[in-house]
Write a protein that binds this ligand. Structure first.
Ligand code: NDP
Length: 302
């Protein structure tokens, strides 16, 4: 978690750092009953009933991230525990990254750079790449970040469409009622929707096949939304052209089969990972806890 969280909390609260404890179990036995708040990172593993059972005085979980599929919301609700996340402050950063990954994947920028560094340029130019021109881009998820991606892509002159569970009256882009219908209408799919059981493997072999042989998948959502084995097959067999991924099924593990694919551009979950934006997220985590304990109202409850 960004250092801004501890810096803002330390002067006001007694702060424990569970990940620094040699024996977390003994720590929870000794201090669990007095813990009233948790600040958690999306990468720290699941936060649910097992942990809540050991923290009977817990009032609030402040999640460092807008996606909160790491927190069992039903278990929190059952105990009256408030959960907060960090919406809004990272939309532009993640949208920048999504568009960068889209361009890098289609124009093969990492491959071109590797070609130059390998000294191959003298032997002839880098092979011609596919193009963004004429593409129809489907946004799977059109929330805060999806809309920030769409605003950018309007400047690129591509057609846009989207799928969410509900059609948005104020949005002019065509809406498709299922991920499959969206994929059938597009050749480029950008996943930017929440993870968790409701969206698990929402991008499966059929959705990938519907994108077609020029198809490109960009996943900046969560690894769980894609059937990763089906994606590897589709990339291997040319069912789709290429994929750009920021997230994976079992982070930080990335399967060797993916690493071996020349038509995959792979990033280590860096969507919001700038100093500027991680600091803004950290301040919002701390401000949620401060608002809860000082005024009884968190700023951004989920
Ligand atoms: P929002 O809540 O603003 O938007 C979520 C969108 O997903 C909405 O359009 C919603 O539409 C749609 N959606 C939600 N559930 C479903 C479903 N079951 N089926 C289809 N569509 C669904 O979230 P954000 O835009 O702020 O963030 C989206 C996600 O991006 C986060 O939850 C997180 O997982 C991921 N993320 C990844 C980052 C990275 O580093 N790579 C950084 C930040 C976020 P509707 O309600 O109509 O279904």
């Amino acid at each position: 978690m960004h250092g801004s969280v501890a810096a803002a909390l330390e002067p006001r609260f007694t702060l424990h750092r569970l990940w620094q404890e040699d024996d977390p179990d003994a720590f929870l036995r000794a201090h669990g009953p007095s813990i009233r708040a948790l600040a958690v990172s999306t990468l720290a593993g699941p936060v649910g009933a097992d942990l809540f059972d050991r923290l009977p005085a817990l009032e609030i979980v402040a999640n460092f991230g807008v996606g909160y599929d790491n927190v069992d919301i039903a278990a929190a609700r059952a105990r009256g525990i408030v959960v907060t996340n960090t919406p809004g402050v990272l939309d532009e950063e993640v949208a920048d990254l999504a568009v960068a990954l889209l361009l890098a994947t289609i124009r093969q920028l990492p491959q071109a750079e590797r070609f130059l560094r390998a000294g191959l340029w003298r032997d002839g130019g880098f092979p011609l790449s596919p193009t963004l021109r004429g593409r129809r881009v489907g946004l799977l998820g059109l929330g805060g970040i999806g809309k920030a991606i769409a605003r950018r892509l309007e400047g690129f002159g591509v057609d846009l469409a989207y799928h969410g569970r509900t059609r948005q009256a104020a949005v002019a882009y065509p809406w498709y009622p299922t991920p499959l219908a969206l994929a059938e209408a597009c050749d480029t799919l950008i996943a930017i929707l929440p993870g968790g059981p409701a969206t698990r493997h929402i991008i499966d072999a059929a959705v990938l096949a519907a994108l077609g042989p020029q198809g490109v998948l960009i996943n900046v959502a969560r690894g769980s939304v894609v059937d990763q084995d089906a994606l590897i097959d589709a990339l291997r067999q040319g069912t789709i052209l290429a994929a750009g991924l920021d997230v994976y099924a079992a982070e930080p593990e990335v399967p060797a089969e993916l690493l071996a694919l020349p038509n995959a551009v792979l990033l280590p979950h860096v969507g919001s990972a700038s100093e500027h934006t991680r600091s803004a997220m950290g301040h919002l985590v701390a401000d949620n806890l401060i608002a809860w304990f000082e005024r009884g109202h968190p700023l951004t409850p989920v």
